[in-house]
Ligand binder design. Structure first.
Ligand SMILES: [Zn+2]
Length: 88
């Protein structure tokens, strides 16, 4: 069992949970839902494990590349406020 962790912000108890991450990129915003994270029960602050943060970064990079090539071939798709939501 993991040792009980305390939130560095408020000293609340941290428990395994899920969070939603948002990335504001140059031309679009990407939100990723249901990301496994440690969440403070008191203030709601969430903490990602190192390897999950890496996976998420890779995912965001890939989505960004895919979207860039997609919007190049489909320039008629909304010029601004592109938003992509991913649920994992
Ligand atoms: Zn907290």
């Amino acid at each position: 069992m993991l040792k009980e962790r305390k939130c560095p912000e408020c000293r609340g108890i941290i428990k395994p949970g899920q969070t939603e991450l948002k990335y504001e990129l140059e031309k679009m915003s990407v939100s990723i839902k249901n990301v496994p994270a440690s969440v403070c029960m008191k203030c709601g602050h969430s903490f990602l494990d190192g390897h999950i943060a890496e996976d998420v970064n890779r995912l965001v990079n890939r989505v960004t590349e895919d979207l860039n090539s997609f919007t190049k071939t489909h320039p008629q798709v909304g010029e601004r406020h592109r938003e992509v939501a991913i649920a994992v």
